[in-house]
Design a protein around this ligand. Sequence first.
Ligand code: GLU
Length: 417
Amino acid sequence: MTKAMEATGSNPFDNGIAQLAKAAKVIDLKPAYFDLFTQPMELMEVSIPVHMDNGKLKIFTGYRAHFNTFMGPAKGGIRYHWNVSRDEVKALAFWMSWKCTVINIPYGGGKGGIIVNPKELSKGELERLSRAYIDKLVDFIGPDRDIPAPDVYTDGQIMAWMLDEFEKLHRGSYPAFITGKPLELGGSAGRGTSTAQGGYYCFETALRELGLANPTLAVQGFGNAGMFIAKICHDHGFKVVAVSDSKGGIHDSNGLNIPEVIAFKEKKGSVVGFGKAKKISNEELLELPVDVLFPCALENQITKANAAKVKAKLIVELANGPTTPEADEILHKKGTVVVPDILANSGGVYVSYLEWVQNRMGFYWTQDYVFDLLKKQINNSFKDIWAVKKEHKIDMRTAAYVYALQKMRKAAELRGY
Ligand code: GLU
């Protein structure tokens, strides 16, 4: 276990397996299928030597995992974080396989990570690290095998270096090898805000289902998912009363002016210190008296230690794995509805899929067209999963796994497993 896992007593991969086990029971899944679906198909660990600016050689450790690639190549982001571990990458790749199935795109699960604090690296060091990671994984990835994308602390620039490295090694043009690219290199319109956009569609539908009017919102995390969901909700007239980032949070019960908070964060590097808002901790944010909570940071935020104190009636998970299985039980008993990560944040990978499709045909769509497709796709999955939830009287996460598990089982069966 890493320090982060020890702190919460929770291993994300064990959590993923526990989530699937609940759904497996509902459909009486054969144990052999359960074993098949919970083992990585491939798991790579690589050492990545990088010449640092001070002339010394530093060796980083990286991973890439593939899960359940019955319906297509592996798909998923690459994370740069000091708490990356083998089990975290396995959990994230495992979740990607269910996420892609939930949102009905022809991919299996993939995820990669490097143990590094990217904030401590110069731009040149970051570039050499990103290129060296691709050098090490070159036989493991590709447009028909495993398609990477951004994740925590990786972005379009890093995707651009990785694309360039891959194309140098293969002596050709392969834009569909990686998604989340800058527009100039074949990125898709709308990809940058698509995780939040998809989360917003889920939030809108859930509000209608629950009959929640004029809700107050709190957003944990202010990166690619958190910042944009706060902005989109604010732009639609919703009251966002609290936001946070890795340095802490801010709260104003009258509502925060999100565009101003974004401008402040861009200048100061954190939301903390903004205007007259009260400073709060990330833990306090989760327990605020709000109607809707958006966890948009990391795993294991809502645990058995704080789940009973969560007051929100609706949780929309834009992070991967923010709620532990024990916390799920507590929330379900209280009647809190959790729109699970594998549906709520699937907008990111869905638009990555549209990027891959556009790259392969060499024809590009407008953002309106992309979001139109996203809205239809995510609303359809939401509706189907909501029906499974009602039919079996189960929580929405288990319903999402039941929905995906049936498809995965069929695909594996057709392949002769
Ligand atoms: N890293 C994102 C996720 O966890 C996006 C993955 C992708 O676009 O492939 O869903």
